[in-house]
Structure formats: C-alpha cells, structure tokens
Design a protein around this ligand. Structure first.
Ligand code: FES
Ligand SMILES: [Fe+2]
Length: 460
C-alpha cells in the first residue's frame, strides 16, 4: 500500500455532530485518568486495500511465513491449564502447539508433533503425566525430554538426550498465555509496548478473571474480514440498528498512536442515542433502553441525572453486587463504554468494566477463505465466588447461528447480525472490480493501522 504524501499533512478529525468522547469525559462528575485522555488520530493515507489481501493463497502463505510465525499470539488462558500436566492445543495454519503447565510456576509450549513419524500428539486439550504418541507409543516428559522410545534397540541412531520436543517461546500477560514461533522475536513485554502499564494503572486486571464462556465459530471469510468487522462501530447504523437508542456509535473515538506499534483502541460511548436514530429521543427513553437491557425491566430515570450518568450508576451498583468490584474513582466511561483494544495480530480485549469480552480471530488451517472467530467472556471472580473455567469451547459450524451457544445470552443475536455480512463480504471481495477496499480516514483508521503493521511484517 502506498501512502499519498499529500494526505499526510493533517490528521483526520471526527466529523459527527455531537459530543466527542473527550467532551463526555469533560462532563463527568469525577477526575479523569490520563489513559482516557491519551487520544490520538493519525493520517495513515488513503490507499485502497487490494482485494487479494483477503482472497489470495499466495498472500495467505506470505502471512504465514512472515507474520504468524513471528508475532506473539494468545494461545490460551492460564486458568485453562491450572494444574501440573494440564495442556492446551493451539493451532495456527499448519502449525500445532502444545501449551503445558510443567511445574506450578512454569509454562512451556512444544510443537505438538511426534518426532518418530510425525503424528500429532494431542488433538484436544487435557491433562497428562507425560505425552505418549498413539501410533507406536514413543513418549515425552512434561519438560519435553524423551521418556521412552518403543523398541529402542531399533533406534540406536537416536540419542535420547537429543530427542526432546522442540520448544516454542511462551510469555504471559493479563492471564493470557502467548506463544511466538520466532526464537529471535522481541520479548512480549516489548512487543506489547506500554499496554500492560495502561491496564495496570487503572486496575483493569484481566489476569484474575476466569474464562467462563468460550465459543469457537467457523466463518466463510478471511480472518481479517472477521476481525475488521469487530474493531469499528461504524457498522452499527446499518447492521445493529437496535442499539441506536443507547449507543453513540458515531461519537466513537478511534485511537492510533505513532509510537504504539501493536495496539490500537476505540471507545464507543453508551448512555446516549446515535445521531443516526433519526428522531428525537428523551433521556428517559435512552435510560430505559440502556438500563433495561442491563436489568431486564423498565427502570425510571432518577431525578437530576442524565441517562448516561444514571446508567453508569446502575452499572457500578451491579458490579459491586455481582462481583464485589468497588472502584471509587471508576469513571462513567469505564463503567459503561466499549473500551476496546486490538492487539496485533488477532486479539481483541475490553478494558474497563463495561464488558468482559475477548475475541480471537485466526485462519482456519491455511485457507484464505475461511477462519475461526472465538468469543470469550472473562468474568471477575466476585467475593467468595468460584467460577468454572470453560476449558472446552462450544463449537459452531459455518452455518450455525450463535444461538447454538446459549451461554452468549443476548450477544448471540448481535453476533448473528455481524455474521449476516461477513461471508458476503468475502464473496464480494472475490467479485470486486476496481482498485480495492476504500476505508474511512477516521472511523476505519484502526483497520488501516492493522494493515500497515501487517505490511511491516510482510516486507521485512
Ligand atoms: S509416529 Fe509417534 S510413535 Fe510413531
Ligand atoms: Fe457488530
């Protein structure tokens, strides 16, 4: 993609008439933390994205050889493998990895492949004292060292000391276990730039949460088509019109920073109506639509408060009652809004307490035309509550509705609305004439930033 120099002169500005997120913060009742004030838009150019980025096998191969094999990817949650011997399987393209708890404090990842004739060692997550290949019974210890070679008399040429499972780097942040296939890649703490500090400053602690919901959905689209459908709120107007009574979609703040290479952010405010609604709406109506969605009834707007303030108060009360979360300086923004970070390449996490969602997107095998979308709920462990980790995902096929995963609750219908588009986007990209995908300068800046980051890997 070539940036047009003339377009670099000025940063794009938000054009929607109405309150910006920063103005909403100005009107909050308490102090605003610097991380919410740290907003930035960049002019990243206006070049079209060629459609072959989504459809071509050659491009997909390039992604595997230059990007997937060199970036930090979330392989699982720490609570997926709580006991020594617990293991997860993470697959990316043709690669399959075993992520193992080797001791109480040490996690390791190995290529999930038998060193004899190459059988995949484990197809599903589980727990083991050692890894035994089902084909001829060769086995390896949890620390990856060779444990047994069946009929060893026939393998004199193999030195057991040199017959360990090849290891892959692991590192943790926020309770996520990341892997990197590149031994020379920068450490995770550098890769994440200052994201961990940002989360820590505000006590947005994902590490103590528990993955209680894990849904694994196959989609007929490139992994980037699915990802890109979830990192902008621009599509709410046409795809989720039901949310317009309480979601300020067009007021969303999109942050891309020059110094932060591997993450971007958006903040979509709630508790106010979309300007696309096309009719006058009272604060009372906004409150009833928004808070009613939270509580399931029709509450009255308390005297003297805006819908946004009252929704934030209701949410704080809910967080305290349900989860024992009592953060005295929690802003309305952190209580209510979508504060969503995309961590390159494929992880999307929510900050604050507005929502407990996490998404992961990846190719389905090496096919550029199909992909896996996973949804996690990371739920805070309330006082004295013991939550059960969803170790095995609910699996949904290409043609399944998200209603096949009732644990998604009201999100199921929202995701189904999104999925009404994404296979059709893939079909359309294959059919498209002309130079390619055109992005909005501001509202789709995260998508452009993502592609430019991807290009940096593909070109180096
Ligand atoms: S392929 Fe694994 S023991 Fe033979
Ligand atoms: Fe959506």
């Amino acid at each position: 993609m070539v940036d047009r120099a003339a377009d670099q002169a000025k940063a794009p500005v938000m054009g929607a008439a109405g309150p910006s997120v920063q103005e909403l913060l100005d009107n909050e009742r308490g102090p605003i933390p610097p991380v919410l004030r740290d907003t930035r838009s960049l002019n990243l150019g206006t070049a079209e994205l060629p459609t072959n980025r989504y459809t071509s096998e050659a491009f997909s191969r390039l992604e595997f050889s230059r990007m997937w094999t060199r970036t930090w990817q979330m392989a699982c949650r720490e609570e997926d493998i709580p006991e020594v011997g617990d293991f997860e399987v993470y697959e990316i393209g043709r690669r399959s990895l075993l992520v193992v708890r080797v001791t109480a404090t040490e996690l390791r990842a190995y290529h999930n492949v038998c060193l004899h004739r190459g059988r995949i060692l484990k197809q599903e997550p589980g727990s083991a004292q050692f890894f035994r290949c089902p084909f001829h019974g060769f086995s390896w210890n949890l620390d990856g060292s060779s444990r047994s070679i069946t009929n060893a008399w026939d393998f004199e040429h193999i030195d057991p000391a040199e017959f360990s499972l090849p290891q892959v780097r692991t590192a943790c942040w926020g309770g996520f276990v990341f892997i990197n296939l590149d031994d020379s890649a920068e450490p995770l703490e550098d890769y994440l730039d200052d994201l961990p500090e940002i989360f820590q400053t505000r006590g947005w602690d994902l590490s103590s949460r528990v993955k209680t919901v894990h849904v694994h959905k196959l989609n007929r689209c490139n992994w980037k088509v699915a990802l890109e459908a979830f990192i902008e709120s621009f599509h709410v107007v046409a795809t989720h019109p039901g949310a317009m009574t309480y979601l300020g979609d067009a007021y969303t703040q999109y942050d891309v920073w020059p110094e932060r290479r591997h993450f971007t952010r958006m903040i979509s405010p709630r508790g106010l109506a979309s300007p696309h609604l096309g009719r006058e709406i009272t604060e009372e109506e906004i409150f009833q639509a928004g808070a009613g969605r939270m509580t399931g009834d029709s509450p009255r707007l308390p005297e003297g408060l805006s819908a946004r303030q009252a929704m934030a108060d209701a949410k704080r009360a809910f967080l305290k009652e349900q989860f024992g979360i009592d953060v005295p300086d929690m802003t309305d923004c952190e209580a209510l809004d979508t504060i969503q970070y995309h961590i390159f390449p494929n992880l999307v996490v929510w900050a604050g307490w507005g929502s407990f969602l996490v998404y992961r997107f990846r190719p389905n095998g090496e096919d550029p035309g199909s992909s896996i979308m996973e949804v996690f709920f990371l739920i805070p462990q309330g006082d004295g509550k013991s939550l059960t980790t969803a170790r095995r995902p609910t699996r949904l096929g290409f043609d399944d509705s998200h209603r096949g995963a009732p644990e998604l609750g009201p999100f199921a219908d929202v995701f189904d609305e999104d999925l009404s588009n994404i296979p059709e986007v893939q079909r359309g990209l294959a059919a498209m004439e002309g130079p390619g995908v055109r992005l909005g300068n501001y509202q789709e800046a995260r998508i452009r930033h993502f592609h430019q980051t991807l290009d940096r890997y593909l070109e180096s």
